[in-house]
Design a protein around this ligand. Structure first.
Ligand SMILES: NC(=O)c1ccc[n+]([C@@H]2O[C@H](COP(=O)([O-])OP(=O)(O)OC[C@H]3O[C@@H](n4cnc5c(N)ncnc54)[C@H](OP(=O)(O)O)[C@@H]3O)[C@@H](O)[C@H]2O)c1
Length: 284
């Protein structure tokens, strides 16, 4: 990864930090995106200590805000003339319905709209740096999920954390497949992945049943370093050069859920996402 630049979102802890650390150790310049300055700086200090040749960078942005996502992209473009890998890793589990400053349901906003918008804002840079890669961290939770098209933000339907989270992770796969198709011939690939079941900070953002279960289950789960392996593989391995539009688990391409291959659904999500991010651009 010498000479390559990688952006990692949600890089201050968990799988994102472990991925950034591993990629910096392989020689990449890493640009961390974190919403909390102190936590982001602590992660950057750790990465600098582990790989002194790589100074890295920190961009502070709350991905729940589309204005912040746009500002983060502008900051990244100002700091680097090339981008080899965008690792859309940040994600959240929200047990009760919350809305963002844009008025969007938080899970859909952070887990899907933020990577959708950040990828768009950085696409010219990725294309200019081709061959380059967009890697998006989904989850096996996408299986069994469906898009609730009449109410993707669960405004009128009963809000259930797992259902909403599963839908957002299905959206990651649908987005990846549509993106891969649209990027054919550009040299930019797009793949999604499941990291494993990992003892990270996942589920701890808000109190709730999942926060308790993940704390109790911690000794039996994989480490963040293990959880970073497939992300690091997709970001750095020559084996996946040119491979696009696939879903990976344990560093191998596997089939994602049947509904994720529905091209009409992929296009529908794309159109809906464009509409939502445009609406917020006008409101800002
Ligand atoms: N852990 C698992 O078992 C598992 C399984 C399947 C998939 N995943 C996926 O793996 C990815 C990484 O999760 P993790 O397990 O490493 O969990 P984590 O330790 O909770 O890390 C999530 C990261 O996302 C950041 N984030 C959340 N909301 C944000 C926002 N509004 N703006 C900016 N950053 C935000 C968090 O920042 P803060 O520290 O500021 O909250 C944190 O850095 C997620 O996409 C998750 O869905 C995890």
């Amino acid at each position: 990864m010498e000479g390559k630049t990688v952006v990692v979102t949600g890089a201050n802890q968990g799988i994102g930090k472990a991925s950034a650390l591993a990629l910096a150790r392989r020689g990449a310049r890493v640009i961390l995106v974190a919403r909390n300055h102190a936590k982001g700086q602590a992660a950057l200090d750790e990465i600098r200590a582990a790989s002194p040749a790589q100074q890295g960078d920190l961009v502070v942005a709350d991905l729940a805000s589309s204005a912040d996502v746009r500002r983060a992209a502008a900051e990244i473009r100002a700091r680097t003339g090339r981008l080899d890998v965008l690792l859309n890793n940040a994600g959240v589990y929200v047990p009760e319905r919350h809305t963002t400053v844009d008025g969007v349901e938080e899970t859909f906003a952070v887990n899907h709209l933020a990577p959708f918008l950040l990828t768009h804002e950085l696409l010219d840079l990725l294309k200019a740096s081709a061959p380059s890669r967009v890697v998006t961290v989904s989850s096996e939770a996408h299986r069994g999920a469906r898009m609730q098209w009449d109410d993707v933000q669960f405004a009128s339907h009963r809000y259930r954390g797992f259902k909403v989270y599963g839908q957002s992770k299905l959206a990651n796969v649908l987005f990846t497949y549509e993106l891969a198709r649209r990027l054919q011939g550009t040299g930019v690939t797009a793949n999604a992945l499941h990291p494993g079941v990992i003892a990270s900070g996942f589920g701890q953002t808000y109190p709730g049943a999942l926060a308790v279960v993940t704390r109790l289950a911690k000794p039996f789960l994989l480490s963040s370093e293990q959880g970073a392996r497939t992300s690091v593989y997709l970001a750095s391995s020559p084996e996946v050069e040119g491979m696009t539009g696939q879903y990976f688990s344990k560093s191998r391409p596997v089939r994602s859920s049947a509904v994720s291959y529905d091209e009409a659904a992929q296009r529908k999500l794309w159109a809906l996402s464009v509409e939502l991010v445009r609406a917020h651009a006008h409101a800002a």
